[in-house]
Design a protein around this ligand. Structure first.
Ligand SMILES: NC(=O)c1ccc[n+]([C@@H]2O[C@H](COP(=O)([O-])OP(=O)(O)OC[C@H]3O[C@@H](n4cnc5c(N)ncnc54)[C@H](O)[C@@H]3O)[C@@H](O)[C@H]2O)c1
Length: 315
Protein backbone atom coordinates (compact mmCIF):
# COMPACT_ATOMS: atom_id res chain seq x y z
CA UNK A 1 0.00 0.00 0.00
CA UNK A 2 1.03 3.63 -0.48
CA UNK A 3 0.55 5.27 2.92
CA UNK A 4 0.70 8.93 3.98
CA UNK A 5 1.58 9.82 7.57
CA UNK A 6 0.95 13.44 8.55
CA UNK A 7 3.12 14.46 11.51
CA UNK A 8 5.55 11.80 10.23
CA UNK A 9 8.65 13.58 11.59
CA UNK A 10 7.29 13.52 15.14
CA UNK A 11 7.74 11.01 17.93
CA UNK A 12 4.96 8.49 17.18
CA UNK A 13 4.85 9.29 13.44
CA UNK A 14 8.49 8.38 12.88
CA UNK A 15 8.08 5.02 14.68
CA UNK A 16 5.00 4.35 12.56
CA UNK A 17 7.07 5.07 9.41
CA UNK A 18 9.58 2.43 10.58
CA UNK A 19 6.95 -0.25 11.15
CA UNK A 20 4.97 0.36 7.95
CA UNK A 21 8.20 0.22 5.92
CA UNK A 22 9.09 -3.06 7.67
CA UNK A 23 5.74 -4.46 6.48
CA UNK A 24 6.72 -3.59 2.90
CA UNK A 25 4.52 -0.53 2.34
CA UNK A 26 5.53 2.64 0.53
CA UNK A 27 5.54 5.48 3.06
CA UNK A 28 5.17 9.23 2.53
CA UNK A 29 5.87 11.25 5.67
CA UNK A 30 4.43 14.77 5.68
CA UNK A 31 5.37 17.37 8.28
CA UNK A 32 5.99 21.11 8.52
CA UNK A 33 8.69 20.43 11.15
CA UNK A 34 7.17 22.92 13.58
CA UNK A 35 8.09 20.59 16.45
CA UNK A 36 9.12 17.42 14.58
CA UNK A 37 12.65 16.78 13.36
CA UNK A 38 14.23 15.26 10.26
CA UNK A 39 16.65 13.56 12.65
CA UNK A 40 13.80 11.17 13.51
CA UNK A 41 13.72 10.10 9.85
CA UNK A 42 17.43 10.38 8.97
CA UNK A 43 17.86 6.58 8.97
CA UNK A 44 15.11 6.23 6.33
CA UNK A 45 16.09 8.80 3.73
CA UNK A 46 18.00 6.36 1.53
CA UNK A 47 15.12 3.85 1.43
CA UNK A 48 13.52 3.89 -2.06
CA UNK A 49 10.06 3.22 -0.59
CA UNK A 50 10.26 6.24 1.72
CA UNK A 51 9.83 9.93 0.95
CA UNK A 52 9.42 13.09 2.98
CA UNK A 53 7.13 15.97 2.02
CA UNK A 54 7.57 19.25 3.89
CA UNK A 55 4.08 20.72 4.09
CA UNK A 56 1.77 22.49 6.52
CA UNK A 57 -1.45 20.45 6.62
CA UNK A 58 -3.52 23.51 7.53
CA UNK A 59 -3.01 24.38 3.82
CA UNK A 60 -4.71 22.17 1.17
CA UNK A 61 -2.84 18.89 0.70
CA UNK A 62 -1.90 17.63 -2.77
CA UNK A 63 -0.09 14.35 -3.27
CA UNK A 64 0.81 12.99 -6.70
CA UNK A 65 -0.26 9.42 -7.45
CA UNK A 66 -2.40 7.03 -5.46
CA UNK A 67 -2.78 7.06 -1.69
CA UNK A 68 -4.37 3.99 -0.08
CA UNK A 69 -4.33 5.00 3.57
CA UNK A 70 -3.65 8.10 5.68
CA UNK A 71 -2.54 8.16 9.29
CA UNK A 72 -3.33 11.72 10.40
CA UNK A 73 -1.02 12.48 13.32
CA UNK A 74 -0.05 16.13 12.70
CA UNK A 75 -0.77 18.05 15.88
CA UNK A 76 0.76 20.08 18.71
CA UNK A 77 0.11 17.64 21.57
CA UNK A 78 2.66 18.76 24.14
CA UNK A 79 1.37 21.26 26.74
CA UNK A 80 4.41 23.51 26.26
CA UNK A 81 3.58 23.79 22.56
CA UNK A 82 -0.18 24.20 22.71
CA UNK A 83 -0.03 26.76 25.50
CA UNK A 84 2.50 28.75 23.46
CA UNK A 85 0.78 28.24 20.06
CA UNK A 86 -2.97 28.02 20.79
CA UNK A 87 -4.18 29.17 17.37
CA UNK A 88 -1.82 26.88 15.45
CA UNK A 89 -3.04 24.04 17.70
CA UNK A 90 -6.68 24.74 16.85
CA UNK A 91 -5.84 25.14 13.17
CA UNK A 92 -3.97 21.85 12.84
CA UNK A 93 -6.76 19.98 14.66
CA UNK A 94 -9.53 21.62 12.63
CA UNK A 95 -8.19 22.72 9.22
CA UNK A 96 -5.48 20.05 9.17
CA UNK A 97 -8.03 17.30 9.74
CA UNK A 98 -10.43 18.84 7.19
CA UNK A 99 -7.63 18.87 4.59
CA UNK A 100 -6.52 15.32 5.40
CA UNK A 101 -10.11 14.10 5.04
CA UNK A 102 -10.42 15.98 1.74
CA UNK A 103 -7.35 14.16 0.45
CA UNK A 104 -8.71 10.81 1.68
CA UNK A 105 -11.97 11.46 -0.16
CA UNK A 106 -10.20 12.52 -3.37
CA UNK A 107 -7.94 9.43 -3.33
CA UNK A 108 -10.46 6.93 -1.99
CA UNK A 109 -8.10 6.31 0.94
CA UNK A 110 -8.97 5.20 4.45
CA UNK A 111 -8.02 7.67 7.20
CA UNK A 112 -7.02 7.07 10.80
CA UNK A 113 -7.26 10.08 13.11
CA UNK A 114 -4.84 10.21 16.03
CA UNK A 115 -7.16 11.54 18.70
CA UNK A 116 -6.42 11.64 22.39
CA UNK A 117 -7.56 10.75 25.88
CA UNK A 118 -7.78 14.53 26.37
CA UNK A 119 -11.21 14.36 24.72
CA UNK A 120 -12.32 12.98 28.12
CA UNK A 121 -11.00 16.13 29.84
CA UNK A 122 -10.88 15.81 33.63
CA UNK A 123 -12.92 12.61 33.67
CA UNK A 124 -15.83 11.91 36.01
CA UNK A 125 -15.80 8.23 35.03
CA UNK A 126 -12.85 5.99 35.80
CA UNK A 127 -11.39 4.17 33.91
CA UNK A 128 -12.59 5.86 30.73
CA UNK A 129 -14.57 3.79 28.19
CA UNK A 130 -15.14 5.13 24.66
CA UNK A 131 -18.81 5.68 25.49
CA UNK A 132 -17.91 8.45 27.99
CA UNK A 133 -18.48 11.92 26.50
CA UNK A 134 -15.94 13.71 28.65
CA UNK A 135 -15.63 16.74 30.87
CA UNK A 136 -13.73 19.44 28.96
CA UNK A 137 -13.51 23.15 29.74
CA UNK A 138 -13.78 24.71 26.26
CA UNK A 139 -12.52 28.14 27.36
CA UNK A 140 -9.64 27.01 29.60
CA UNK A 141 -6.02 27.08 28.34
CA UNK A 142 -6.04 23.32 27.54
CA UNK A 143 -9.30 23.70 25.59
CA UNK A 144 -7.34 24.59 22.44
CA UNK A 145 -5.91 21.08 22.24
CA UNK A 146 -8.86 19.14 23.67
CA UNK A 147 -11.50 20.90 21.59
CA UNK A 148 -9.42 20.74 18.39
CA UNK A 149 -9.36 16.94 18.78
CA UNK A 150 -13.06 16.80 19.65
CA UNK A 151 -13.77 18.79 16.46
CA UNK A 152 -11.40 16.46 14.57
CA UNK A 153 -13.39 13.44 15.78
CA UNK A 154 -16.69 15.09 14.83
CA UNK A 155 -15.59 15.99 11.30
CA UNK A 156 -14.07 12.54 10.82
CA UNK A 157 -17.43 10.95 11.71
CA UNK A 158 -19.21 13.45 9.42
CA UNK A 159 -17.02 12.42 6.46
CA UNK A 160 -17.64 8.77 7.30
CA UNK A 161 -21.42 9.24 7.49
CA UNK A 162 -21.78 11.69 4.59
CA UNK A 163 -19.23 10.37 2.10
CA UNK A 164 -18.99 6.77 3.29
CA UNK A 165 -15.27 7.31 3.85
CA UNK A 166 -13.48 4.50 5.68
CA UNK A 167 -12.29 6.15 8.89
CA UNK A 168 -10.80 5.20 12.26
CA UNK A 169 -10.44 7.19 15.49
CA UNK A 170 -7.67 6.21 17.90
CA UNK A 171 -7.98 7.79 21.36
CA UNK A 172 -4.36 7.62 22.38
CA UNK A 173 -3.39 7.74 26.07
CA UNK A 174 0.04 8.84 27.34
CA UNK A 175 2.68 7.21 25.19
CA UNK A 176 6.44 7.36 25.67
CA UNK A 177 9.67 6.12 24.13
CA UNK A 178 12.81 7.15 22.27
CA UNK A 179 12.51 10.25 20.01
CA UNK A 180 10.38 12.20 22.46
CA UNK A 181 11.80 15.69 22.72
CA UNK A 182 13.68 16.29 25.96
CA UNK A 183 12.12 19.75 26.25
CA UNK A 184 8.54 18.98 25.21
CA UNK A 185 7.22 19.48 28.74
CA UNK A 186 5.56 16.08 29.11
CA UNK A 187 6.18 14.18 32.32
CA UNK A 188 8.37 11.37 30.91
CA UNK A 189 11.04 13.64 29.33
CA UNK A 190 10.82 16.07 32.28
CA UNK A 191 11.52 13.44 34.92
CA UNK A 192 14.11 11.55 32.85
CA UNK A 193 16.08 14.74 32.12
CA UNK A 194 15.97 15.85 35.75
CA UNK A 195 17.00 12.40 37.05
CA UNK A 196 19.85 11.92 34.53
CA UNK A 197 21.23 15.38 35.36
CA UNK A 198 20.87 14.74 39.11
CA UNK A 199 18.44 17.65 39.50
CA UNK A 200 15.36 17.48 41.74
CA UNK A 201 12.30 15.90 40.09
CA UNK A 202 9.55 18.52 40.16
CA UNK A 203 6.20 16.98 41.02
CA UNK A 204 3.16 19.25 40.67
CA UNK A 205 0.98 19.70 43.76
CA UNK A 206 1.06 16.53 45.91
CA UNK A 207 1.78 14.06 43.08
CA UNK A 208 -1.50 12.21 43.57
CA UNK A 209 -2.70 12.69 39.97
CA UNK A 210 -2.58 9.38 38.13
CA UNK A 211 -1.47 8.51 34.62
CA UNK A 212 -1.02 5.30 32.58
CA UNK A 213 1.95 5.04 30.24
CA UNK A 214 2.12 3.02 27.02
CA UNK A 215 5.38 2.16 25.28
CA UNK A 216 5.56 3.43 21.70
CA UNK A 217 5.98 0.02 20.00
CA UNK A 218 2.72 -1.19 21.60
CA UNK A 219 0.91 1.96 20.51
CA UNK A 220 2.16 1.72 16.93
CA UNK A 221 1.02 -1.91 16.76
CA UNK A 222 -2.41 -0.79 18.02
CA UNK A 223 -2.66 1.94 15.37
CA UNK A 224 -1.82 -0.50 12.58
CA UNK A 225 -4.32 -3.10 13.84
CA UNK A 226 -6.98 -0.42 14.15
CA UNK A 227 -6.44 0.65 10.55
CA UNK A 228 -6.54 -3.00 9.42
CA UNK A 229 -9.39 -4.45 11.52
CA UNK A 230 -11.18 -1.54 13.19
CA UNK A 231 -14.45 0.22 12.55
CA UNK A 232 -15.42 3.90 12.49
CA UNK A 233 -16.16 4.31 16.20
CA UNK A 234 -13.39 5.47 18.58
CA UNK A 235 -11.00 3.00 20.16
CA UNK A 236 -8.90 3.69 23.27
CA UNK A 237 -5.24 2.76 22.87
CA UNK A 238 -3.12 2.93 26.00
CA UNK A 239 -1.69 0.90 28.83
CA UNK A 240 -4.21 0.36 31.63
CA UNK A 241 -1.50 0.11 34.32
CA UNK A 242 -2.15 3.27 36.33
CA UNK A 243 0.18 4.96 38.81
CA UNK A 244 0.42 8.20 40.71
CA UNK A 245 2.84 10.80 39.41
CA UNK A 246 4.70 10.57 42.74
CA UNK A 247 5.23 6.81 42.32
CA UNK A 248 6.23 7.43 38.72
CA UNK A 249 8.90 9.93 39.87
CA UNK A 250 10.23 7.34 42.35
CA UNK A 251 10.36 4.72 39.55
CA UNK A 252 12.39 7.04 37.32
CA UNK A 253 14.86 7.78 40.14
CA UNK A 254 15.29 4.06 40.76
CA UNK A 255 15.74 3.13 37.09
CA UNK A 256 18.23 5.95 36.43
CA UNK A 257 20.05 5.16 39.71
CA UNK A 258 19.95 8.90 40.30
CA UNK A 259 20.78 10.77 43.51
CA UNK A 260 17.93 13.19 42.67
CA UNK A 261 15.33 14.08 45.26
CA UNK A 262 11.67 14.95 44.70
CA UNK A 263 10.38 18.49 45.18
CA UNK A 264 6.75 19.48 45.16
CA UNK A 265 5.71 22.64 43.35
CA UNK A 266 2.41 24.40 42.81
CA UNK A 267 2.62 25.93 39.32
CA UNK A 268 1.17 29.43 39.19
CA UNK A 269 0.77 29.40 35.39
CA UNK A 270 -1.60 27.55 33.05
CA UNK A 271 0.35 24.26 33.10
CA UNK A 272 -1.92 22.43 35.53
CA UNK A 273 -5.14 24.38 34.98
CA UNK A 274 -7.86 21.77 34.29
CA UNK A 275 -5.16 19.07 34.36
CA UNK A 276 -7.00 15.72 34.67
CA UNK A 277 -6.77 14.16 38.16
CA UNK A 278 -6.95 10.60 36.86
CA UNK A 279 -6.26 8.91 33.57
CA UNK A 280 -6.66 5.22 32.80
CA UNK A 281 -7.93 3.67 29.58
CA UNK A 282 -10.60 1.03 29.49
CA UNK A 283 -9.19 -1.05 26.61
CA UNK A 284 -11.92 -3.70 26.46
CA UNK A 285 -12.88 -2.53 22.96
CA UNK A 286 -9.29 -2.66 21.64
CA UNK A 287 -8.92 -6.15 23.15
CA UNK A 288 -12.10 -7.54 21.62
CA UNK A 289 -12.18 -5.68 18.28
CA UNK A 290 -8.46 -5.74 17.49
CA UNK A 291 -7.07 -8.49 19.72
CA UNK A 292 -4.64 -5.83 20.97
CA UNK A 293 -3.12 -5.52 24.37
CA UNK A 294 0.09 -3.72 25.38
CA UNK A 295 3.01 -6.08 25.93
CA UNK A 296 6.00 -3.98 27.00
CA UNK A 297 6.45 -3.66 30.78
CA UNK A 298 6.64 -0.05 31.96
CA UNK A 299 10.10 -0.57 33.48
CA UNK A 300 11.48 -2.15 30.28
CA UNK A 301 10.12 0.68 28.11
CA UNK A 302 11.50 3.25 30.53
CA UNK A 303 14.98 1.69 30.49
CA UNK A 304 15.07 1.95 26.67
CA UNK A 305 13.80 5.52 26.82
CA UNK A 306 16.27 6.55 29.53
CA UNK A 307 19.15 5.13 27.45
CA UNK A 308 17.99 7.24 24.52
CA UNK A 309 17.67 10.40 26.63
CA UNK A 310 21.17 9.82 28.01
CA UNK A 311 22.52 9.76 24.43
CA UNK A 312 20.68 13.01 23.63
CA UNK A 313 22.08 14.72 26.70
CA UNK A 314 25.62 13.67 25.73
CA UNK A 315 25.32 15.14 22.20
N1 LIG B 1 2.45 11.00 22.62
C1 LIG B 1 1.32 10.91 23.31
O1 LIG B 1 1.36 10.59 24.52
C2 LIG B 1 -0.01 11.18 22.67
C3 LIG B 1 -1.16 11.05 23.46
C4 LIG B 1 -2.39 11.32 22.87
C5 LIG B 1 -2.49 11.63 21.54
N2 LIG B 1 -1.36 11.74 20.78
C6 LIG B 1 -1.53 12.11 19.38
O2 LIG B 1 -0.65 11.36 18.55
C7 LIG B 1 -0.16 12.18 17.49
C8 LIG B 1 1.36 12.16 17.48
O3 LIG B 1 1.84 12.64 18.74
P1 LIG B 1 3.39 12.75 19.07
O4 LIG B 1 3.52 12.50 20.51
O5 LIG B 1 4.16 11.94 18.11
O6 LIG B 1 3.63 14.30 18.84
P2 LIG B 1 4.82 15.06 18.08
O7 LIG B 1 4.71 16.48 18.52
O8 LIG B 1 6.11 14.36 18.29
O9 LIG B 1 4.40 14.91 16.56
C9 LIG B 1 3.48 15.74 15.91
C10 LIG B 1 4.05 16.16 14.58
O10 LIG B 1 3.07 16.97 13.89
C11 LIG B 1 3.79 17.97 13.18
N3 LIG B 1 2.89 19.07 12.88
C12 LIG B 1 2.29 19.93 13.75
N4 LIG B 1 1.55 20.83 13.08
C13 LIG B 1 1.65 20.53 11.76
C14 LIG B 1 1.12 21.11 10.58
N5 LIG B 1 0.32 22.18 10.61
N6 LIG B 1 1.44 20.55 9.38
C15 LIG B 1 2.25 19.45 9.32
N7 LIG B 1 2.79 18.88 10.42
C16 LIG B 1 2.50 19.41 11.63
C17 LIG B 1 4.93 18.35 14.12
O11 LIG B 1 6.00 19.00 13.45
C18 LIG B 1 5.33 16.99 14.69
O12 LIG B 1 6.34 16.39 13.91
C19 LIG B 1 -0.75 13.56 17.71
O13 LIG B 1 -1.87 13.72 16.88
C20 LIG B 1 -1.17 13.57 19.16
O14 LIG B 1 -2.25 14.44 19.39
C21 LIG B 1 -0.13 11.53 21.32
Amino acid sequence: MRILITGGAGFIGSHLCDELLKQGHEVLAMDNLITGSLRNLAHLTTRPSFSFIEHDVTKPIHVDGPVDAIYHLASLPSPVDYLEMPIKTLKVGALGTYNALGLAKAKGASLLLASTSEVYGDPRIHPQPETYWGNVNPVGPRGVYDESKRFAEAITMAYHRTHDLETRIARIFNTFGPRMRLDDGRVVPNFCRQAILGNPLTVYDDGSRTRSFCYVSDLVEGLMLLMERGDAMPVNLGNPREMSILDFARTIIELTESPSEITFIVPQDARTKDDPQTRQPDITRARTLLGWTPKVRLEDGLLRTIAWFREQLQD
